[in-house]
Design a protein around this ligand. Structure first.
Ligand SMILES: Nc1ncnc2c1ncn2[C@@H]1O[C@H](COP(=O)(O)OP(=O)(O)OP(=O)(O)O)[C@@H](O)[C@H]1O
Length: 619
């Protein structure tokens, strides 16, 4: 067969173009149509892409495998650690259980108490959030122009102490101003001294004789004294004097002021304090026979129309007496400012800084633009609230007349066992003990209404007051009772704090409050300003044993008769051999902190959340 070579055939088959030479043969490329070339290029690109994709996929797979291995390793490591932590926790738990089993009940209770106390101690201090955030801390007390008279300044510290001891005044703090037992020596304007005399206020009460010089000197203070002992004058008078001084320097015009603010936990108490301030400032003004400028005072409480006081708001403002909610509202609406406010007093301060109002108080403080003088007053001020408050004051002075939370010794306390169903009938009998006016307290709004209805049916002129009554109804009840139109006022605890009714003869506590502090405030509506009064309290099987124990200790402390059924109640702490110290949270003498009725579960939770937010905020 003849040898046929393909190239030859190719050459015959296809004639080269004239430009092609033979030696170009090696570089010869057959013609490929454009469409085919494009297709080929596309195929090549695709195959290259696939290869690259394959390579990437391979790499990813490897990375994934490595990641998984690392993750697995991490999991193993975590599991190892967790096992260790778990085991450690288990061991700690077992160790603690073993230790606890060796502890007495009393020791366990003390430990629990310490934990709760630590939670309270870690509460955010009482200052405005701005001050806290900016770390603003005032270290020196306010400076005022007031000086004690020379002869008082020349008395020795021992002489001051003797005067305090004579009046059972306990003080604590640095550079304590001297006690002064005479209004004139305190440099109270003569016209006011005369006016006070006309109201049978001739000599200062113990809280006044130490408290007024302390406040006049510009010092922050915590004033604790029993119910009806004249605390209102002790914190209002200094503010009145400061306001007079400011007004004399440069008269206030519209939009200026106030110089100071008095905060109260209830509308009724604020109204009463406002009325006192009005009387005292009127006595100082030319119309009242004085030679001092007229001061303008604003009552700032919920439930009333502020437009009625527009005549005050249209002038310079010196003093504001307020409840927290309405005050915050007015400040937010810029109806007045605290730009020049320098005095903040809280009446019934333990309630104000108690869990309910704490944030409101902080909010109010945030409106102050400069250092203020802060004063806290109450008849009850448990140790822990005192400690907490002290952190928030500048070199505070503690003025304490008697034990904080002790009952007024001018009140004869009678505790009677009365079955639930016999209470109403027995109430009628009790009302015969003294002439009117009488206050009947109940813990329950419905019960207040029931008692009033029953008394009205029996022909007794009775009014009722509780939180669900309208502001008008509350005002009417107080007004008609104060004026003597009505003989009996039936009230929930709203009327117990700080209200000063004339010469209440008898307080009947129809249902014993859970918190002994409330009891102290309730019986304190009688036996005021040195007069004596009676308090009759109904207890029965519905009264918690711990409350009865608090009551028993309080009666013992006040030297009152302890009825046999109370005597027979044993203190479980004594049985366990634990400490019999009073509760630092509510001041009750019959229980420790862990059984405190004031520290209900929700409150404990609240404190825990305070602690957590404090940890976060670093305050
Ligand atoms: N120095 C005084 N001498 C006689 N009476 C006074 C004196 N100071 C105040 N009072 C009168 O004592 C009564 C009780 O005063 P106030 O309401 O200030 O007591 P309180 O200590 O605030 O009581 P509470 O703790 O119940 O609020 C008032 O009627 C007041 O006029």
């Amino acid at each position: 067969m003849p040898e046929q070579s393909a190239p030859k055939r190719r050459r015959i088959q296809r004639s080269p173009s004239p430009e092609y030479k033979l030696d170009d043969e090696a570089s010869y490329e057959p013609y490929v149509p454009v469409a085919q070339r494009r297709q080929a290029k596309f195929a090549k690109l695709t195959s290259r892409g696939t290869e690259k994709a394959k390579a990437t996929a391979g790499q990813e797979e490897q990375d994934e495998r490595e990641d998984e291995e690392r993750e697995e390793e991490r999991r193993r490591e975590k599991a190892r650690k967790e096992r260790t932590l778990l085991m450690e926790a288990q061991e700690v738990h077992e160790r603690k259980a073993a230790e606890d089993s060796k502890k007495t009940d009393a020791e366990k209770t003390e430990e629990a108490d310490a934990e709760i106390l630590a939670a309270i101690a870690s509460r955010k201090k009482l200052a405005s959030d701005l001050e806290l955030a900016q770390g603003v801390q005032y270290t020196e007390p306010f400076k005022t122009s007031w000086r004690p008279p020379k002869f008082v300044r020349e008395r020795s510290p021992e002489e001051h102490q003797r005067l305090r001891e004579k009046h059972h005044i306990l003080v604590d703090g640095e550079d304590i101003p001297p006690p002064i037992d005479n209004f004139t020596d305190m440099k109270v304007p003569e016209v006011l001294v005369k006016f006070l005399k006309s109201k049978r206020i001739t000599t200062p009460t113990p809280i006044q004789l130490q408290g007024i010089p302390t406040a006049f000197a510009g010092r922050d203070m915590i004033g604790i004294a029993f119910t009806g002992s004249g605390k209102t004058l002790a914190f209002c008078l200094p503010l009145i004097m400061f306001a007079l001084e400011e007004e004399a320097k440069l008269p206030f015009v519209r939009g200026e002021g106030p110089v100071g603010i008095i905060l109260c936990p209830s509308r009724e108490l604020a109204t009463q304090t406002y009325e006192n301030v009005l009387t005292w400032t009127a006595a100082l003004a030319p119309d009242g026979g004085g030679k001092y400028p007229q001061l303008n005072t604003l009552l700032c409480i919920g439930g009333i129309s502020m437009s009625e006081q527009s005549h005050v708001l249209n002038k310079g403002l010196h003093i504001v007496v307020a409840t927290p909610g309405r005050l915050i509202d007015m400040l937010e609406k810029k109806r007045f400012t605290f730009d020049n406010c320098r005095y903040l007093c809280m009446d019934e301060a333990d309630r104000m800084i108690d869990l309910g109002f704490e944030d409101d108080v902080r909010n109010i403080m945030s409106f102050f633009k400069r250092q203020r003088q802060t004063l806290l007053f109450s008849a009850t001020m448990p140790r822990k609230i005192q400690d907490f408050a002290q952190l928030s004051l500048v070199k505070p002075i503690l003025v304490n007349v008697g034990r904080a939370g002790a009952a007024n010794l001018d009140v004869l306390q009678v505790v009677e066992y009365v079955k639930q169903e016999a209470k109403m009938v027995y109430l009628l009998e009790c009302l015969q003990k003294t002439p009117p006016p009488v206050i009947v307290f109940s813990e329950n709004k419905n019960e207040v209404d029931d008692i009033q209805e029953y008394l009205l049916l029996k022909g007794i002129e009775a009014v009722a007051i509780h939180g669900s009554k309208s502001q008008e109804e509350r005002q009417y009840a107080i007004k008609s009772f104060k004026s003597g139109q009505k003989d009996v006022m039936v009230a929930s605890s709203v009327a117990s704090k700080g209200l000063d009714f004339n010469d209440i003869q008898h307080v009947i506590i129809f249902s014993m409050p859970k918190e002994i502090e409330d009891y102290v405030h309730q019986i304190g509506r009688t036996g005021r300003s040195g007069k004596t009064g009676i308090a009759t309290t109904f207890v029965n099987m519905n009264t918690a044993e711990q409350t009865l124990l608090d009551l028993k200790y309080l009666l013992m402390e006040a030297g009152q008769k302890v009825p046999p059924f109370l005597q027979s109640i044993e203190d479980p702490r004594a049985v366990q051999g634990g400490s019999l110290k009073g509760c630092p949270v509510c001041g009750g003498l019959g229980h420790g902190i862990s059984n405190c009725p004031k520290l209900e579960d929700t409150q404990r939770r609240q404190m825990a959340s305070h602690r957590m937010s404090d940890d976060r905020g670093g305050y």
